[in-house]
Write a protein that binds this ligand. Structure first.
Ligand code: HEC
Length: 334
């Protein structure tokens, strides 16, 4: 009996997104202590290259000295011409930045480094930052191709074939860490932005900051198993889209709110759009072109959803519309 409730508790905490077991160890490439420097962290200046890089403002910086030394950081590798995994990751990091507020740029720093330095000049990166509404404290960088490859290898984020515009494993191009303590971990962009923000803001800082959370477990909501459509929405779409009621104080997404969209658009159009937005845009579909212009030229990425996933997520959008919109409409009637 005593063990079974422990198992149950562990499962409940897991379902609620609270992972109390140790995180995965640092990636392999990092598990190689540098020569003894007397540093607290084995991964110091002897391990990380001091790569010269250019920011989106054309300013020259050095990777170790200026970007990571004694800092808590999130680093990912992107290229602005990438149409699938990078926009999802960038949108997710943008949510993390919003949650962390003005701590970004003070005690937490975000970096996106281009792996396509031939095309990604500082000016190109600056336009990308504007398109995504990237705020201060998050720097976009470019540099010499060979230097950047070395940096990716050292961070354990070198992915074969990403250059072709599509990675087989795009869960693995984000790393977060604290250079001073030597704690580094890979993170998935499909993870909840709140969990990523919590790691950057609390655990990597060894919980130095008092938590502003006043919630306690007595008031924890019941854990409700999400439908597959809801799961897809939360992991794949919520980085860019909201769905109706937005929590007070939070920001709208970088894509349109999707409440009611299942009633505004033809189902055939929606189905095709979700399966191949890139193709629909390439055909210059008038509605898609209108939306593209409205959203500063930011194209929705092709999420490679299968038929069943498209149906599941559209069902979820319709269910939420019925749940939220219908009562509002009914209440507005005289
Ligand atoms: C990286 C950001 C991003 C992600 C991730 C994303 N979208 Fe979008 N989406 C957009 C943008 C931007 C637009 C509008 C501009 C355009 O047409 O490309 C859009 C447009 C749409 C539209 C059309 C809205 C309308 O008014 O007709 C629908 C529907 C939609 N997205 C659904 C989804 C769903 C479902 C997912 C998850 C499976 C998803 N999107 C993932 C950025 C994103």
């Amino acid at each position: 009996m005593a063990t079974s409730w422990r198992v149950l508790l562990a499962l409940l905490m897991f379902a609620a997104g609270i992972h109390y077991w140790p995180l995965k160890p640092a990636p392999q490439a990092l598990a190689m202590p540098a020569a003894n420097t007397g540093d607290a962290s084995p991964w110091g200046v002897d391990y990380f290259p001091n790569t010269p890089l250019l920011t989106q403002d054309g300013e020259q910086v050095h990777f170790f000295d200026d970007l990571i030394k004694d800092k808590v950081v999130a680093i990912n590798f992107i290229f602005t011409g990438c149409s699938d995994s990078c926009p999802v990751e960038t949108a997710r990091l943008r949510q993390v930045q919003k949650i962390l507020g003005d701590r970004v740029g003070k005690d937490i720093f975000l970096y996106s480094i281009s792996i396509d330095p031939y095309n990604d000049t500082p000016a190109t990166l600056k336009r990308y930052a504007e398109k995504f509404g990237i705020g201060p404290g998050w720097t976009l960088l470019t540099g010499e191709p060979a230097h950047i490859e070395q940096l990716r290898r050292r961070l354990g984020l070198y992915i074969e074939g990403l250059e072709n515009g599509r990675s087989k494993d795009h869960n693995l191009s984000l790393i977060i860490g604290n250079q001073a303590t030597g704690r580094w971990m890979k993170a998935s962009p499909f993870e909840s932005p709140y969990i990523l923000a919590d790691r950057l803001g609390n655990s990597l800082h060894n919980w130095k900051q008092a938590s502003a959370m006043t919630n306690d477990y007595a008031h924890a909501p019941d854990v409700r198993p999400p439908s597959s459509g809801e799961q897809i929405f939360r992991t794949r779409c919520s980085s860019c889209h909201t769905l109706g009621i937005v929590e007070p104080g939070s920001q709208p997404g970088i894509g349109p709110d999707l409440l009611g969209v299942t009633r505004q658009r033809e189902i055939q159009w929606l189905t095709r759009w979700l399966k191949m937005p890139d193709q629909v845009l390439a055909e210059k579909d008038p509605l898609a072109m209108l939306l593209l212009a409205q959203y500063k030229g930011l194209a929705m990425p092709n999420m490679r959803l299968g038929d069943a996933e498209v149906t599941a997520v559209l069902n979820y959008l319709e269910e939420e519309t019925a749940r939220i919109q219908t009562p509002i409409a009914a209440a507005e009637k005289p």
